[in-house]
Design a protein around this ligand. Structure first.
Ligand code: SF4
Length: 63
């Protein structure tokens, strides 16, 4: 899977981190979410949920 976060759109709400902490991390100084480990996405099964629940549609998950 490939995950991307549009940092222009991300408002740093932290929702993706709550939903999928193994993959997403909030960069406090930037106020933006970052992807820690793309490969973990294939195992944890929460990346799509993070994509669906991002309030600004900043997360894109591709197979
Ligand atoms: S849920 Fe979306 S807007 Fe919120 S921190 Fe994650 S990527 Fe940014």
């Amino acid at each position: 899977m490939n995950i991307s976060i549009d940092h222009e759109s991300c408002i740093g709400c932290g929702r993706c981190v709550e939903i999928c902490p193994a993959v997403f991390h909030l960069n406090e100084s930037l106020g933006k979410s970052e992807v820690m480990d793309q490969d973990v996405c294939d195992f944890v099964g929460c990346c799509e949920a993070a994509e669906e629940n991002c309030p600004v549609g900043a997360i894109k998950v591709k197979d």
